[in-house]
Each structure stands twice: as structure tokens, then as C-alpha cells.
Design a binder for this molecule. Structure first.
Ligand code: ADP
Ligand code: ZN
Length: 782
């Protein structure tokens, strides 16, 4: 893959005939007589678009000392008319090839590298492991707002030319120019033209005159324009207090301190039940880091980045940078620059915070490490946990993973010695875990009409009477999940994805939840015109209607991605809930994560099975996590709490374990299942998705990829199981047919190498219009 000369590969495509001609007139010595030109400076450059490189270029004399890895350059590429932007990944002296055969770098775009050498190494590692073009990894690491200098402007600053600042030269000038020039000299600092005009009380004329006569030197400087303040409230009303650490917290902190001091890049799993006070442990550990003059990164799932989380860190540290998806580009750029200058002690943010350019990083924390949002669903498909691990190892700093329901990957790592387990088994103040009651939805007596069983209805009523608050979880948004004609059976589906549309009562829309296809919900059957189409299945909107009807006096808020679209809506609902204004909060998994409200006395899970029957080896794990996490939202105050879980499979081990808060039982059972098929964490999985507009052309490409994978496996003698190609659970998406190949091996390096070898130089004819993506350690199996 590494080619030494940009021309070679680009010219092969663009300029095959010319290259052959050139060969005929070749007069240079043949390759084996090549000498090393050890005075040539070479920069190795990668691109974000094909051809991705890396290619070598000669560094012009003037940039020799300046160009460093992590800077952007412009270089000629193939027969392109304009130079291309690329990233420098390496510089060296000495070129094994004939003098003059390297093309030159046209321009170096940055004054300083956008990432330090350690981050450049991290980029190369991500690119290799996740099999993503290095240039694209750079583009992910350095936000586009930074690359485009968002929120900055170039300003011209004027300084007096020292050669003309003597009295004799000044006297040669007309009166007004003299006055302005004397003013600039007296000011003793660079000024913009408009500043000078204001202070020297003149028009633009004299200033321009001085400039054109060479009395004034002009230098350009890029500076930040005023940054917009964040639209966050400082906190949501949580009382401010520091705590005396509990015994378990103290013990955890001692182990973390030891890891910090060891400098060996240890991974620690803080396995603490919900409400055990994990955040306080992170904060105290970071305080130790900050006292040593270093900084920390804290990653949380985007959705738990609430004012509460933010407040907890901002109250305890002087300088905190909070990164989130609703920042404007200039805010993002501003924060990035602050972090890079070392002005920030703690960075709090979602998965991309793992790339924060903190100069003296001392600790990385990942809260709710089991959360699926830490895996990026587009190229490069990295998992922030894996990246954090690589970054922490290379710097010799600890990585703390925290969760009440650790991923099977992390749990397994504690048994193989790759991570150290720190348990916290008790809630703060010895509060009991809430009791969990399972309601079997198969038993008719328990099932009144609608989504809420009798026991749940009674429990909600009791809780409201006691002035307690209720959380209801239903992991499906919309009103009805199918729209079906009772006469002919037709199901209204997305033309681009073949999946049933969800009916949304707000606006009477039918939407595809896989793409954004939306139509007005048809009033009659589009197939047979029968008047009386039925809305089946249950979404949060329908639940809201039912809850309002059942509890007309309660104030109800719904939280799902439909109601949370507007910036700030998430915080508004949560503070209304904290203040007690809202009695019942219902919503999707959004409400399951991290919330800490002492007055929540009841949690109801409307349907615990919704994630259980997915064709995915992690289905049980997800169900266990969701139920345990949402159950953990109650019993956080002095008044205790209870949980009611409605399910069609009360005997399922994952639901049983969740009802007893028994992570260990769950993990033991689940590991047996994983071992049967060598699923992660016992083996590695990779997925290749092939998609195209024409079904059989797409399948043919998938077949030829299979052929290459088999050949690669044989050539490498690797033990890799290949399944497929087969249509995945979502066989059509956004108008494209999909096929996938699943690869499994107990050796992740062999697995990676097999794919690398099979896809290296694998090109699909443009007319086929088929693309493929490689997903290493996939989370999304649909
Ligand atoms: P977890 O993240 O483990 O679910 P939190 O960090 O949200 O738990 O802590 C639960 C609650 O306990 C919070 O309100 C927190 O302020 C409080 N808390 C944490 N540590 C202590 C302590 N040592 N003493 C008293 N309260 C504490
Ligand atoms: Zn669709």
C-alpha cells in the first residue's frame, strides 16, 4: 500500500500511455544503480479522498525546518489541475530514488501541527486497526471547525517601518500623513487601519498614502472573533455539596492513585451499582491529576451530558470545557484552541472527546462505558473505548471505565488481566437497591386494555398520591409502529427501505425510522382503498395519550428524539422534572441514563422484551443493561423506590438477572452463550456491508469479495470463519440493496489482516455503482 511516489499510482490511472512513452526515452540508470540522495528532505502525505496515499513529496528548502507531521500541505496529485490538500504523517532526510523524481510540496498550510506526535501515532493506529484511510481519520480527529478556522478572521496590523521612522523621513510627508505616522510610532504597538484612523482622527487617505510609500509595514494575523456564550444553564437546581467519601469510594480512590503513580497505562473498571457514587470517584481522581498540573478527559454518552453532569464538574474545577453536538462551529473551534493551549483542566464530552488535544493529559475516564454511542457509525468506525485504551497506553496514563452494567468486553478483560476490577457494591448511605416486580404480560388478568397493566396502573396511582415522581420507559418512538389495512393486509412501508412506516400523531405523518422518508399518513388503504386503516404497535406518543387519559391530574412530559429536537429542550424537561413540576416522565432510553432524582419512587418498564428478539448476539446484553439502568433511576432518596417491569418473557435469564440487580449472574450466563459461537469478547467479529442500487449486481460484488476473502485466508493460513454474503436484517436501506459478510476469528490480528489483504486493490467498476464498508468490532448488526 505504501508507494514512494505520488506520480506512480496516480499516473497509472490518469496517464498510462504517456508513462509508457516516457519509458521509451528513459536515459537514467536502471533502478538497481539508484543511490540514496541523502540531502533531500521528504514529507509523507495522505489524503482524505481517493487516492488516499501515502505518497512522498520533496520538501522545499524554505519549509525544511518548518514542516512537521500533523500539518496540512498542498501538493500536486496526478493530473489534477489544482494542488490537493493533504496531511503530513512523517518527515525524513534521504530519498532512495533518482534526484528530481519527487514532486514538490506547493505550500504548507499550518504554522503549527494540528496534532502532536502522540496523536499522529494514534491516527495511524486507528487507520490501521479500523481499516480507514488515514486522511479521513485526521478529518475526524481535527474538527472541521478547526480546519476551517471557524469564528476567526484575518486582520491586517500596521507597524511603522523602522527605516523610515527618523525625523528626516517623516518631514518629507504631507501634514496629515505626518500626524498619523507620528501617532502610530507613539502608540508603540501594532494597530489596525481603522484603529489608527479613529485615534489619529484622520480619514483612510493618509493611512493608504503611508502604506503605498512604504512607511508602514503590514502583517496579517488570524484571531478569534468574540465567541458566542453557551446556551446552557449553569445547573438544573441540584444542591451543591462536596461529600466525605464512603469506604468503597476511598478504597477505589486508593487503587486509582496507585495506577496514576505506576505510570504504566493501566485500565481500571469501576464496577459500581447505580447510585454508588461513581461520579464522585472520577472527580476526586481528577483533582489529584489537576494538583499535579495535568489534565483529564471525561467521556459520557451524549445523552447524559445534562446540566447535572456538567454542573458536577464545573463546580469542582476552575476550567472545564464541555463539548457537545449542539455547539456552533466557532464555539467548537474556540474550545479546541483553549484545550490545546493547556488552559483547560477537564474536558467533558461524548465519544469525540477522546481526541481532545490536551497537552498534559494525565487521565481518561469513560462513564457508562457499555453505551453503544461510543462506537461511531460511519467511517472511521472507531470505538472510543478502544481508542482511549490505545491513547492511555501510549502515554502511560490510567483509563477508568465506569459502569453498573459493564460491557462483556470490559468484563472479560478483568478476568484476563487486561483490566483491573474495582467493585462498588453498595449504594451511597447504604440505600437499598429498589425492589423489582415482574409483570407477566401473557397472563390475561394482568392485562387491561392498552399498554399499562393493572399492577403498574395501581403503582403509578399510589406514587402520585404520595407526591412521588414516576419514570416510564418505552423504547419506541412515534405513535403506532405499523400501519396496516385490516381488509387486505397491506402494510404501509418505506419505498426506499422496505421497512414499515411509523405513524406519528404530531402532524399526522408516517415516517421511516431508518431513513427520513415521510408522507402524510394515508386515511385509507393505498392498496385496496379500504376506509379504516389500523394503527398497530405501541410508541411513546400513544403511551403519552394513554397515560394522560389514565392520570388526568398528573403533569406528563415525554422525552424522545422527536420532542428533543430543539436545542435546550432536554435541559428544560429535566429541570421541570427536578423541580417537581412534572410528575410523570415517559420516554425512550434517553431517560434510562445517568439521571439522579431523589424523588423518583417508581420506574415502569412498558415492554422489557423490545430489544430481546433482535437478530444480534448482544440482544440479551442490551436488554439487561436497559432494564438495570432504568431501574437504577429510583431509590436514590430517603423514600426508597420500586420498579415494575412488564414482559412477555419473565423467565428469560437477562430479565431475571436484571430484576435481581445481579450483574454477575448475567455475565456468567452470557459468557456461556458467547463461548458457544466464539462471539466477542471470546473472539473477534468484523462485518462487511456491500450496498448498491441493483440487487443482483450488488450480490455479485459481494460474491467476488467472498472469493477474495477466501483466497486471502488461504494465503495467510489464517483461521477465520466467513459467513455470507447474505441479506442483513435490513435488506434495503435508502434505496440501496444490502448484503453483508460476517467474519469471525479468535485472533483479531489475523482477522484484520485477512480483510486488508482481500480488499487491498479491490476495485469495483464504476458502472456497477456498488460500495462496501468494513466495520471492525461492529455494534450495529442490522
Ligand atoms: P452513580 O453514577 O454511581 O449512579 P452518582 O455519582 O450519581 O452515582 O451518585 C449518586 C448520588 O450520591 C449523587 O447524588 C451524589 O451526589 C451522591 N454522593 C456521591 N458520593 C457521596 C458521598 N460520599 N456521600 C454522600 N452522597 C454522595
Ligand atoms: Zn426508509
Amino acid at each position: 500500500m505504501f508507494t514512494d511516489d505520488a506520480d506512480q499510482e496516480a499516473a497509472k490511472k490518469d496517464d498510462g500511455a504517456k508513462a509508457q512513452q516516457a519509458e521509451l526515452f528513459e536515459t537514467e540508470p536502471p533502478p538497481w544503480e539508484l543511490t540514496v540522495e541523502d540531502d533531500i528532505a521528504v514529507g509523507r502525505i495522505v489524503f482524505s479522498e481517493a487516492p488516499y496515499g501515502p505518497y512522498d513529496y520533496q520538501i522545499p528548502e524554505a519549509e525544511r525546518e518548518h514542516l512537521k507531521p500533523g500539518m496540512r500541505v498542498r501538493v500536486p496529485l496526478g493530473k489534477r489541475r489544482h494542488p490537493m490538500m493533504g496531511w503530513c504523517i512523517e518527515t525524513r532526510i534521504g530519498y532512495k530514488g533518482k534526484r528530481g523524481s519527487l514532486r514538490e510540496i506547493v505550500e504548507v498550510l499550518d504554522d503549527e501541527p494540528l496534532c502532536d506526535p502522540a496523536l499522529v501515532r494514534l491516527v495511524l493506529w486507528i487507520s490501521h486497526y479500523y481499516q480507514a484511510p488515514t486522511g479521513q481519520v485526521f478529518d475526524t480527529l481535527i474538527p472541521s471547525s478547526v480546519r476551517s478556522n471557524a469564528g476567526t478572521r484575518e486582520r491586517a496590523y500596521l507597524t511603522p517601518n523602522p527605516d523610515r521612522s527618523d525625523e528626516k523621513s517623516i518631514e518629507l510627508l504631507p501634514k496629515k500623513q505626518q500626524a498619523a505616522f507620528r501617532f502610530l510610532i507613539a502608540a508603540g504597538r501594532p494597530m489596525t487601519a481603522s484603529e489608527l484612523m479613529v485615534h489619529a482622527k484622520c480619514t483612510r487617505g493618509p493611512v493608504s498614502g503611508l502604506q503605498s510609500k512604504g512607511y508602514i509595514d503590514v502583517s496579517m494575523q488570524r484571531e478569534m472573533t468574540a465567541t458566542t456564550p453557551m446556551r446552557w444553564q449553569k445547573n438544573d437546581g441540584e444542591s451543591q455539596q462536596t461529600h466525605v467519601p464512603s469506604e468503597e469510594q476511598t478504597a477505589a480512590l486508593e487503587r486509582i492513585s496507585a495506577a496514576i503513580e505506576s505510570g504504566t497505562g493501566k485500565t481500571l473498571l469501576l464496577h459500581g451499582v447505580t447510585g454508588s457514587g461513581k461520579t464522585e470517584v472520577y472527580i476526586k481522581a481528577i483533582e489529584q491529576i489537576v494538583r499535579a498540573g495535568r489534565g483529564a478527559i471525561v467521556m459520557v454518552p451524549e445523552i447524559s451530558l445534562t446540566p447535572q453532569t456538567r454542573g458536577r464538574f464545573e463546580r469542582r474545577f476552575e476550567t472545564v470545557a464541555v463539548l457537545h453536538s449542539q455547539m456552533t462551529p466557532s464555539e467548537r473551534h474556540f474550545q479546541w484552541q483553549r484545550i490545546r493551549r493547556g488552559e483547560v483542566q477537564v474536558v467533558v464530552g461524548p465519544r469525540s472527546a477522546v481526541f481532545a488535544p490536551m497537552p498534559r493529559l494525565g487521565l481518561i475516564v469513560m462513564d457508562e462505558e457499555h453505551d453503544a454511542s461510543f462506537k461511531q457509525n460511519e467511517q472511521p468506525r472507531y470505538h472510543a473505548r478502544k481508542v482511549a485504551h490505545a491513547r492511555a497506553m501510549s502515554l502511560g496514563i490510567p483509563l477508568i471505565l465506569g459502569s453498573a452494567t459493564p460491557s462483556m468486553e470490559t468484563w472479560h478483560a478483568t478476568s484476563t488481566g487486561h483490566a483491573e476490577l474495582i467493585p462498588m457494591n453498595e449504594r451511597i448511605n447504604q440505600r437499598p437497591m429498589p425492589s423489582v416486580e415482574l409483570v407477566d404480560l401473557r397472563i390475561r388478568d394482568d392485562r387491561t386494555r392498552g399498554a399499562i397493566s393493572r399492577p403498574l396502573h395501581l403503582a403509578v396511582q399510589e406514587t402520585l398520591n404520595e407526591k412521588g415522581q414516576v419514570i416510564l420507559l418505552l423504547n419506541r418512538r412515534g405513535f403506532a409502529t405499523t400501519i396496516q389495512c385490516p381488509s387486505c393486509g397491506h402494510v404501509v412501508a418505506c419505498p426506499d427501505c422496505d421497512m414499515p412506516l411509523t405513524h406519528h400523531r404530531d402532524g399526522g405523518k408516517a415516517c421511516c425510522h431508518y431513513c427520513d422518508y415521510t408522507i402524510a399518513t394515508p386515511p385509507w388503504c393505498p392498496a385496496c382503498r379500504f376506509d379504516g386503516i389500523r394503527y398497530g404497535g405501541l410508541g411513546t406518543q400513544r403511551l403519552e395519550v394513554e397515560v394522560k387519559a389514565r392520570f388526568p391530574d398528573a403533569c406528563i412530559a415525554r422525552m424522545d428524539s422527536d420532542t428533543m429536537k430543539r436545542p435546550g429542550s432536554h435541559q428544560r424537561v429535566l429541570s421541570a422534572f427536578r423541580s417537581g413540576e412534572v410528575n410523570i416522565l415517559l420516554g425512550t432510553q434517553m431517560i434510562a441514563k445517568g439521571l439522579d432524582f431523589p424523588n423518583v419512587l417508581l420506574v415502569g418498564v412498558i415492554n422489557a422484551d423490545s430489544a430481546l428478539h433482535f437478530p444480534d448476539f448482544r440482544a440479551a446484553e442490551r436488554t439487561f443493561q436497559l432494564v438495570t439502568q432504568v431501574a437504577g433511576r429510583t431509590g436514590r432518596g430517603d423514600r426508597g423506590g420500586r420498579v415494575i417491569v412488564q414482559t412477555f418473557s419473565p423467565e428469560h435469564p437477562a430479565i431475571q438477572a436484571a430484576s435481581r440487580h445481579d450483574y454477575h449472574q448475567f455475565a456468567t450466563d452470557e459468557m456461556v452463550n458467547r463461548r458457544k459461537f466464539n462471539y466477542p469478547p471470546l473472539g473477534s467479529v468484523a462485518r462487511i456491508i456491500i450496498r448498491g442500487v441493483v440487487e443482483d449486481v450488488t450480490e455479485a460484488v459481494a460474491d467476488s469479495l467472498l472469493g477474495r476473502l477466501e483466497a486471502a485466508r488461504q494465503a495467510l493460513g489464517s483461521e477465520v470463519r466467513i459467513l455470507g454474503p447474505a441479506p442483513p436484517p435490513i435488506p434495503k436501506l435508502r434505496g440501496k440493496y444490502r448484503f453483508h459478510l460476517l467474519l469471525q476469528s479468535t485472533d483479531s490480528a489475523q482477522l484484520g489482516e485477512t480483510i486488508r489483504r482481500a480488499t487491498d486493490s479491490f476495485t469495483i467498476p464504476e458502472k456497477d455503482d456498488v460500495q462496501y464498508v468494513v466495520d471492525i468490532d461492529p455494534i450495529d448488526m442490522l
